[in-house]
Design a protein around this ligand. Structure first.
Ligand SMILES: NC(=O)c1ccc[n+]([C@@H]2O[C@H](COP(=O)([O-])OP(=O)(O)OC[C@H]3O[C@@H](n4cnc5c(N)ncnc54)[C@H](OP(=O)(O)O)[C@@H]3O)[C@@H](O)[C@H]2O)c1
Length: 368
């Protein structure tokens, strides 16, 4: 439990309204214990005009079934800034000001009523979706969406697993790809946008089983990285074969983990195995859901399957185990202290991160 002498307010990065991108993020610092530098003085520390404000943000209290974490790291996902863009307006965020970021690692400092299996001092990884809260010194998470982090896995690595790595795992499962050696028949697997946060995990998880042929699309600068993660073929998305989603002599695909955005179904159909293939769409839109329903109704051999993944404790534990055994590598694009979270936000919004963008509370902060 946070002791009575602990500060009851905390630093947090928040936004107050829809839109605004990285510049809409505000660094809120408690009045006590900080230098009263004004906004203009602080903005020179960063490349964009982020606002530092002395606003008391209360440390949240864990409700029934929740854990209060002292944050160690949080990893930014596209969904975080899509909420800010108003993608789920008017439902999410449920209120302003909002503290974003749902993929977290931290130390348990307080347990809500009815929580078992965790103790104060435990290091955990967790998802708090869609509630967020990760860009702060403290955050509450549902205990049901948390898992113990072993010491061999760093907080930064751990913070990249519960959404990104789990989504890759869930997508491969949804596509019917066996994930253990000898599990199911060998498949030709395609991962699109393989250099991103989800794709870097999907390539590795598909390759780890050892019996699948893995093709991946990425930009030219990341071809070697993607091969090093286990892809049998890496296709530059700016070449004709990249656009066709298939090498000239490469196989047609049985399973596709589609991490890219904005491809119509017609782009996949010719690249799928004649006997049938599954495309798991990680960014379902109305049009793709309509296509998926049609495929389901018509018992199509070539199918689009929309997926929204939600991690379970045992899956997070399995992923942590793979990282701690050195089987699964966490590719980090960049790390930022809390006061520069807006730079990570901008990097994620650029669509050109290679691996994960992490806010690391252990990095020395400009505002200290
Ligand atoms: N359904 C769910 O539960 C769930 C959960 C997590 C994420 N998602 C979704 O999954 C998708 C992937 O997320 P992410 O975090 O991996 O994204 P990300 O990290 O932002 O992806 C960035 C990467 O995509 C590459 N890329 C962009 N356009 C490409 C193209 N046309 N072909 C090949 N590569 C391309 C970029 O390469 P360059 O820099 O070289 O251009 C960059 O390395 C997103 O749409 C996200 O919203 C869904």
């Amino acid at each position: 439990m946070a002791s009575s002498s602990s500060p009851r307010t905390m630093r947090a990065v928040q936004y107050d309204r829809y839109g605004g991108g990285a510049e809409g993020l505000k660094v809120r610092t408690p009045v006590h214990g900080t230098n009263r530098l004004d906004v203009q003085t602080r903005t020179h520390l960063t490349d964009s005009p982020v606002h530092f404000q002395h606003v008391e943000v209360p440390i949240p209290s864990p409700k029934k079934g929740e854990l209060l974490l002292r944050m160690e790291a949080a990893s930014i996902n596209r969904v975080d800034w899509k909420f800010q863009n108003g993608k789920a307006r008017p439902f999410l965020p449920s209120k302003f000001p909002f503290t974003p970021v749902c993929e977290l690692a931290g130390e348990v400092v307080e347990l809500g009523a009815g929580v078992s299996g965790f103790s104060q001092g435990d290091k955990v990884i967790a998802v708090n979706f869609p509630g967020g809260g990760g860009l702060a010194e403290y955050a509450v998470v549902p205990a049901s969406q948390a898992a113990l982090r072993p010491p061999e896995v760093s907080a930064v690595e751990g913070a990249c697993l519960p959404i990104a790595a789990f989504t890759a795992l869930a997508a491969l499962r949804a596509a019917g790809v066996g994930l253990d050696a000898g599990d199911g028949r060998p498949k030709n697997v395609l991962v699109t946008a393989a250099s991103g946060g989800v794709g870097t995990f999907a390539v590795q998880l598909a390759s780890l089983a050892g019996h699948h042929h893995v093709t991946a699309t990425c930009g030219a600068r990341n071809l070697d990285l993607i091969r090093s993660l286990g892809a049998d073929e890496a296709l530059d998305y700016d070449t004709p074969e990249g656009a066709a989603l298939r090498g000239p002599s490469g196989p047609k695909h049985d399973a596709v983990v589609h991490c890219g955005e904005g491809f119509p179904w017609s782009a996949f159909k010719p690249a799928l195995a004649d006997a049938g293939g599954v495309v798991v769409d990680l960014t379902p839109r109305l049009a793709s859901v309509a296509v998926a329903v049609l495929h389901w109704v018509l018992f199509s051999r070539k199918k689009l399957v929309p997926l929204i993944a939600s991690a379970k404790e045992e899956d997070m534990e399995a992923l942590l185990g793979m990282v701690s055994q050195g089987k699964l590598r966490v590719v980090i694009d960049s790390r930022y202290p809390l006061s520069r979270a807006h730079e990570g936000w901008a990097k994620s919004m650029s669509g050109h991160a290679t691996g994960k963008v992490v806010v690391d509370m252990g990095v020395a902060d400009d505002t200290e």
